[in-house]
Design a protein around this ligand. Structure first.
Ligand code: G3I
Length: 482
């Protein structure tokens, strides 16, 4: 397995896997189930949108968009709700925009730009000059004048087209080898070290209002590669070359957020450029364990906190939305689960960790508040449905409580008996506890009020030793439910 520092991106790709084991997580805790990809379901938000919380910090939350996925309601709902910045995952790259010389195709790129505009989100440009996803006709040029002309024409056309929309461009992407030497791309081989300054200068002319960035992976720590980037940025600034920002891709492996991450961002900021986390994901072996998903959440939290701690960090972009549409399994065999939503668009612990790192408020679009709240618990008339998904030593219980009475609840407490020696492990969307075999779930602050006819959904994980049956006798506020 490549280390995070090596972070090899193989050239050959396998086709997208259409059915694979997933570990689904609901509202911050773990629901482990091995399943084929299911049809899309709408997300179930529990915090205010990330973008609103991020806005209070003066940063943006971004995501890499593949416009073909926008027809999927689950994908679209998250895309619209959570993100204040959009970057094309592939649609603005050279092979997508200029597949043959002088012939430009804008269809998908325009869709990305239109989505950003309609969603009142910033548009981030990715990318103008890159060795990958570069058409063969560019790759084969060996004459410096011709290549420079081709590079300038491409920058003029692409950056020029979106000059009024793109807030910042990755002008040159992935220019370094791991040891801090220049990557031997066609641009480097034919034009030499100066191609970076030439590209930046041309981009400034083509899109005078856009910030101009260099972007790379495995530059998240202080290491040879990031130091090469640092030295180059310092030189470019000294030479008066337009450079405004540096992107840190942060394609991370679970448990491996570098200890020098924040310090590294800070040293670039201290040079006088903005910094951004541009392609965050945190991969792991799949099927993912509950422990790895918790570690992943801590990693996401650490990255967001590092950005917030650095004044010139403009925000965090995740490289996709959900595990069903991530580049990771195509490239790293046996790995995945890298994004904050699972393949069914259920929020993972990483979603909650990001929300908490941003100080997001509980979602105010939760259950409908009672029109006539009572002053305290009342005898409940209730209906409860209980479903579960079991595996070898545990199961996840999903509980829907309905207020089937005529009076609103201003608070509620569910009590029941766990069968067969089951032991509560963790729960969500309520305060859960177990005494003996008695299981209790009390409302969280945000779901205390339940109007007549209203429902609350909560869940928990329990360990079992063979008996996976779920409780049957349930009471809410002391009154038996149906
Ligand atoms: O568009 C073709 C399609 O016509 C064809 O049928 C299909 C067959 O495999 O391939 C499609 O192209 C794929 C393309 O994504 C669009 O889906 C390529 O094979 C595939 O290699 C390409 O992968 C992209 C990768 O960049 C290429 O290097 C990933 O989606 C994209 O997430 C990834 O993004 C990069 C960033 O740009 C730079 N930093 C690293 C990051 C992850 O590799």
């Amino acid at each position: 397995m490549p280390t995070q520092i090596e972070n090899v991106f193989p050239a050959s790709r396998t086709g997208r896997t259409t059915a694979w084991a997933v570990t689904a997580v609901v509202a911050g805790s773990t629901l482990v189930a091995t399943a084929a990809l299911a049809p899309a379901r709408a997300a179930e938000p529990i915090f205010e949108p990330w973008r609103d919380a991020a806005d209070r910090h003066g940063v943006t939350t971004g995501f890499a968009l593949s416009p073909a996925h926008l027809g999927d309601p689950g994908y679209r709902a998250i895309a619209e709700r959570e993100f204040s910045l959009v970057v094309a995952e592939n649609a603005m790259k050279w092979d997508a925009t200029e597949p043959s010389r002088g012939t430009f195709t804008w269809g998908q790129a325009d869709q990305v730009a239109a989505f950003a505009e309609s969603n009142d989100a910033e548009l981030y440009g990715h990318t103008l000059v890159w060795h990958s996803q570069l058409p063969g006709w560019v790759e084969s040029i060996s004459d410096p004048d011709e290549l420079r002309t081709v590079m300038y024409d491409h920058i003029d056309a692409v950056a020029g087209r979106y000059a009024d929309q793109v807030d910042a461009w990755d002008v040159v992407n992935e220019l370094w080898e791991g040891d801090g030497s220049r990557r031997q791309s066609v641009f480097q081989r034919v034009l030499g070290d100066g191609y970076v300054a030439e590209a930046l200068t041309r981009a400034r002319q083509a899109a005078p209002g856009a910030d101009l960035c260099l972007n790379d992976y495995s530059t998240d720590a202080i290491n040879a590669k990031s130091t090469a980037m640092y030295d180059l940025v310092a030189d470019l600034l000294d030479d008066g070359v337009p450079i405004d920002c540096v992107g840190f891709q942060s394609h991370l492996i679970v448990g491996q957020v570098p200890g020098t991450f924040q310090q590294n961002l800070q040293r670039f900021a201290d040079l006088g450029v903005d910094v951004r986390i541009t392609e965050l994901d945190v991969r792991m072996d799949v099927p993912a364990s509950a422990a790895d998903l918790q570690r992943q959440a801590a990693d996401y939290r650490a990255v967001v906190e590092a950005c917030l701690a650095v004044d010139r960090c403009t925000g965090v972009t995740v490289w996709g939305i959900d595990d069903g549409h991530s580049w990771v399994p195509d490239v790293f065999s046996g790995q995945g689960a890298a994004l904050p939503w699972d393949a069914q668009y259920q929020a993972k612990p990483a979603y909650t960790a990001v929300a908490e790192a941003l100080d997001a408020r509980p979602d105010d679009a939760g259950p409908t508040p009672s029109p006539t709240p009572t002053s305290g618990p009342v005898d409940a008339e209730c209906t409860v449905t209980w479903s579960h998904a079991a595996w070898g030593t545990g199961y996840t219980g999903s509980v829907t409580i309905t207020n089937s009475g005529a009076e609103a609840w201003s608070s509620w407490e569910l009590t029941t008996t766990l069968p067969g020696g089951q032991v509560l492990q963790q729960g969500w969307s309520a305060d859960w506890s177990q005494t003996g075999s008695t299981l209790t779930a009390s409302n969280a602050a945000w779901n205390a009020s339940v109007a007549p006819g209203g429902t609350v959904q909560i869940g928990y994980n329990a360990a079992h030793t063979g008996d996976t049956s779920v409780p049957t006798d349930v009471a809410v506020n002391g009154s038996p439910c149906h």
